[in-house]
Design a protein around this ligand. Structure first.
Ligand code: IPD
Ligand code: CA
Length: 274
């Protein structure tokens, strides 16, 4: 990525193309949906996931950008002779179950970096494909929702706050004891079903925290949102409180606490560590 590019403009074009290309498929959701095998991230691939991924790849190729794709669907694919200069990490559709069931909460997530690590992400977009809202961030420049600067909530109470918690896990019996103190304290627990977008809700102050300690979520889901949340002033750490970093790879899993501010983060850390 040695060439200076306007990545927010490029990522916005990718998102626009995803929105256009999936539109016809949204009209066929009442018919049985075929699956094209299992994606690199381990979940069944639907036509709509592949259509969204192709829209992103075609937009970048159309701009003659060489890049290494790191995608939840096709895995790691190199495009062009200088593909090592730029990594594009994507979950083409986050919240596929919501989309297929007609629940209006699903997104596309795309991040750009010069190295395949979460800490190296330089620009990212997470776009709510139902409502058309786009969250973007560039390293050192801040986070934005539809072009307006956003910041995470100053609210400090876990009890009164809105706390996101992903509990979808076959290991819930093992995880539950770590979460009961938090669940007992928080009055307003939520999970909407598209974790990239839920992290952006922490970034813009819609919710106060989002916790996923299942060991199931892939780096492809959190790549763009990790920059958005940090640029909005939020905190993103491991469940032990270390800054979240990981290799960008569809098989690489992460666990995290995302919090709007230091106070909420510290309280959640204490609640889940017993
Ligand atoms: C899923 C969503 C969901 C989370 C799952 C993810 P996908 O992403 O983020 O909220 O509970 O673990 O796999 O599969 O729709 O891209
Ligand atoms: Ca997905």
């Amino acid at each position: 990525m040695r060439k200076k590019r306007n990545w927010i403009e490029i990522l916005t074009e990718c998102k626009d193309s995803v929105q256009t290309k999936i539109k016809p498929l949204l009209k066929t959701l009442d018919r049985p949906q075929s699956s094209s095998g299992v994606g690199a991230g381990g979940d069944p691939i639907r036509d709509i996931d592949l259509t969204a991924e192709k829209a992103i790849v075609d937009t970048l190729k159309g701009k003659k950008i060489d890049f290494t794709l790191i995608s939840e669907e096709s895995g790691i694919v190199k495009y062009g002779d200088n593909s090592f200069e730029c990594y594009v990490t994507t979950d083409p559709i986050d919240g596929t179950t919501n989309l297929l069931r007609g629940a209006p909460f699903y997104a596309t997530s795309i991040a750009v970096s010069e190295q395949p690590f979460l800490r190296a992400i330089q620009a990212g977009i997470v776009a709510d494909l139902f409502h058309g809202t786009a969250y973007t961030a560039e390293e050192g420049v801040g986070a934005y929702r539809d072009g307006h600067k956003i910041s995470s909530s100053p609210r400090v109470s876990v009890e009164e706050g809105v706390i996101g918690l992903d509990l979808n896990s076959y290991r819930i019996k093992e995880l539950a004891p770590k979460l009961t103190a938090l669940m007992a304290e928080a009055k307003h627990l939520r999970h909407f079903g598209a974790n990239a977008l839920e992290l952006c809700y922490v970034a813009d102050g819609t919710i106060d925290a989002f916790i996923d300690i299942r060991g199931k979520l892939r780096t492809t889901d959190v790549a763009a949102a990790s920059l958005i949340i940090r640029e909005a002033g939020g905190i993103l750490t491991t469940p032990e409180g270390r800054s979240l970093d990981a290799k960008l790879d569809p098989k690489q899993k992460v666990e995290f606490i995302a919090a709007a501010n230091e106070e909420v983060h510290q309280r959640i850390l204490r609640l889940i560590s017993g």
